[in-house]
Design a binder for this molecule. Structure first.
Ligand code: GLC
Length: 622
């Protein structure tokens, strides 16, 4: 039997030729149909996922656990269904663009426009849209709840993907720290705080786990990329079992890369939890304070580097395999800045942490100066680079990093709009990576790593380059893709990262939520609303894929998982925030006057003026 998801059922109704309201599919009967079938179909759909889930998947070493986890998560689903007095938000308060013609996915039905007056059609379309939207949201909530992982009967996270069609699970059956962030935010916005609190405390325990790879241990304070709940025999008792958390710090992950972003996201989520729940007891706990400090110490430790940006290996974040982002990738810098800002708010002032707080403040100023000044490109800056002198030795060099103008890629000369700009992907000696990386740009806006003007210019660029960055599915993870020899050399011929696929210019719907927060921060929510509308027309129908392929994001990714949790959660967070933009504040940070003063002090003492070695030693104590 083919069991249809609720939104699929409704989409089928929408695909029927458009007819007058008094015929078979009148609006009234449509609503009745929706309500009636909504509950039945959703339940059947859930059951079918449960039944297909395990027997169909090839055996892995954690099969028992999967059965167990799913048992408990399905029984949790029963609970949440009765709890789900959750009502979708009032559509009137959402920011959807009025122009139904432009963004209406129902339009492609081939109906005759002459049957109804255009006003009638628009009215009905609007009503249908909001009903469809409600159903899709309800399906997303159901799926999100089905992805919940339990540990000792408490919810502690969400599985990365719950794809019954996938033949190889790899590590998608684990709770990824970065993937849980949108899930956690969705739960916070829905005032479900326990799962987030549990997640924060359990991952904190993993932070001090003994971790080694070939006898080498990474720095203390590292947070895992992911973990899973395993059921193991109880020591000394063959008849009993216990559940344990099994973290992966990169020692098992493909490519063996340490996740630099996990700890940074953990700090950001911790602050969001406090702001949203009002519960200050969590952040005041000694173990939580110690956890924050351990992450900070690891990030602020002295190294060989000349830059205030964090120096990392390739693939230390959302892009977790070789893509030529090693060095000082923007995504890490934006999360680093955001985590420093959040930690600054949360660290308890005590004698022992005075040095750490001073180091943190100095780094914030230096980091924002560095990014705003050297990562920024717009037409004017590009023209400056085009005319750069090279091989400048001395403190007052203009072209500090010795960038050869020929590095400006031909695509960018055409691509850069007259109005707008963005932060480049990476800066190293004699090397600028001019690719546009979305997450780093969004989060630089959210955290105030960039100025207000720069933030607006980033949104202007997104608007101007909509056809390249959004097209048929928001949002390109980076633009443009590496092709030909560049792809061979930079990715190492990675068959998953072929041009316009996966990390190499693929379109990732999860990025919607970060886009939404950035747009709300700049008071331009209509940009995000436009993107949500495009995604909403496809996501549920396509079974919530992890990513899309091709230049315009037209195909579901070749190796894309279906029912990818952060696709589902990202959509929900966007919808919830657009309906209630004030709530986005739990994720934003603003530059305060202390930082602004320290920053202007740095600008007057620096940048292109003569600067001797003594001056460069100066610290700014905020
Ligand atoms: C992929 C993504 C990574 C994500 C993981 C689990 O590896 O690149 O960012 O955390 O899948 O969804």
């Amino acid at each position: 039997m083919v069991v249809m998801g609720s939104s699929e059922a409704i989409l089928q109704v929408f695909r029927a030729p458009f007819v007058k309201p008094d015929s078979t599919y009148s609006l009234g009967s449509f609503i009745k149909y929706k309500k009636k079938s909504g509950s039945n179909v959703v339940r059947l759909f859930k059951c079918s996922s449960i039944y297909h889930q395990f027997p169909a998947i090839p055996t892995t070493r954690f099969d028992n656990l999967k059965d167990k986890r799913f048992e408990s998560s399905s029984c949790k689903c029963q609970n949440t269904e009765s709890v789900s007095g959750f009502t979708t938000e009032n559509e009137n308060s959402t920011w959807f663009v009025d122009n139904a013609k432009e963004f209406n996915t129902i339009q492609e039905t081939g109906r005759s426009p002459n049957l109804l007056g255009s006003e009638d059609v628009q009215k009905i379309e609007k009503e249908n849209e909001s009903s469809l939207s409600d159903v899709i949201e309800q399906e997303a909530w159901d799926l999100l709840r089905e992805s919940i992982v339990h540990y000792c009967s408490s919810p502690i996270g969400t599985i990365a993907a719950n794809d019954p069609t996938s033949s190889s699970v790899l590590n998608y059956d684990q709770v990824f720290i970065r993937d849980f962030i949108p899930s956690g935010i969705a739960f916070l916005l829905n005032e479900e705080y326990d799962i987030v609190r549990n997640f924060i405390l359990h991952t904190l325990q993993l932070q001090s786990w003994e971790k080694t790879m070939d006898c080498h241990s990474p720095g203390q304070g590292l947070m895992p990329a992911s973990f899973k709940v395993r059921t193991v025999p109880l020591e000394g008792d063959d008849t009993a079992t216990e559940e344990v958390l099994d973290p992966d710090f990169g020692e098992a992950a493909i490519g063996r890369v340490a996740p630099v972003d996990s700890g940074l996201w953990w700090i950001i989520l911790l602050r969001a939890y406090g702001k949203s729940s009002g519960d200050t007891s969590l952040v005041e706990r000694i173990d939580v304070q110690t956890g924050i400090k351990m992450i900070l110490k690891l990030c602020l430790a002295d190294g060989f580097d000349m830059f205030p940006t964090l120096l990392v290996a390739d693939g230390p974040c959302m892009i977790d395999r070789r893509m030529g982002i090693h060095g000082h990738p923007l995504e890490i810098q934006a999360l680093f800045y955001s985590a420093l800002m959040c930690a600054r708010e949360m660290l308890a002032p005590e004698d022992g942490s005075a040095d750490l707080i001073r180091a943190l403040n100095n780094r914030l100023v230096a980091l924002s100066f560095h990014i705003r000044e050297y990562y920024w490109v717009d037409l004017k800056k590009l023209n400056e680079i085009y005319r750069y002198k090279t091989e400048e030795y001395s403190y007052d060099a203009v072209n500090k990093f010795n960038i050869y103008p020929d590095q400006i890629p031909p695509w960018l000369v055409e691509w850069m709009p007259n109005k707008g700009g963005y932060l480049i992907g990476n800066l190293q000696p004699a090397h600028m990576d001019f690719r546009f990386f979305s997450l780093g740009n969004f989060w630089s806006v959210v955290s105030s790593l960039v100025t207000v003007d720069q933030s607006n210019a980033i949104l202007d660029l997104i608007d101007a380059k909509w056809a390249d960055l959004v097209a048929d599915m928001p949002f390109k993870i980076c633009y443009p893709a590496l092709e030909g020899q560049e792809w061979q050399i930079i990715t190492g011929c990675d068959p998953k990262n072929t041009p316009w696929s996966y990390h190499n210019g693929g379109s990732w719907p999860t990025l919607l939520w970060q886009l939404t927060v950035a747009c709300i921060k700049m008071d331009r929510p209509e940009i995000a609303a436009r993107a949500v509308k495009i995604a909403e027309g496809r996501l549920a129908q396509d079974k919530w894929p992890e990513y899309y392929d091709t230049k315009r994001g037209r195909f579901i990714g070749k190796q894309s998982r279906l029912f990818q949790t952060w696709t589902i959660a990202g959509y929900l967070v966007s919808k919830l925030l657009l309906a209630n933009p004030i709530k986005a504040k739990i994720l934003m940070t603003d530059e305060d006057s202390d930082l602004v003063n320290a920053f202007s002090c740095m600008i007057t003492s620096n940048p292109r003026k003569k600067r001797g070695p003594k001056n460069s030693q100066k610290t700014y104590i905020v």
